[in-house]
Ligand binder design. Sequence first.
Ligand SMILES: [Zn+2]
Ligand SMILES: [Zn+2]
Length: 93
Amino acid sequence: MSRTCRCRDCGEDGFYPVVYADEGDGWERCPTCGSDRIEWGNKCPLCGRYAEKLYCDDCARNLRDRFHELLLCNFNKEEIKALNEIFDGKELE
Ligand SMILES: [Zn+2]
Ligand SMILES: [Zn+2]
C-alpha cells in the first residue's frame, strides 16, 4: 500500500513531504505552504490523492454513482433487488 500526505492548513494532498533535517530529528512539511500539520494516509490507487480508507472519497463516490447508473441502465428494479441479495456482503470481482 502506497502512502501519501495531506496538509491540514492549505488542503494540498497527494504529496510527499519535504523533510527539513536541520531541526534535530527533522520535520516533515508541506511543500506548498511549509506547514508541519500534515497527516499520512493511503494513496488512492485510482487518482493518487490522499485517502483515509483504501480509496479517496471522490473516487469512491464516483464509482458508486457510475455503478448505480450502470445498474439502472441494465437491470430493472426486481433484478437490482436480486443482485443486492446475491452480492450482499461479498466483493464484486
Ligand atoms: Zn500546506
Ligand atoms: Zn481517488
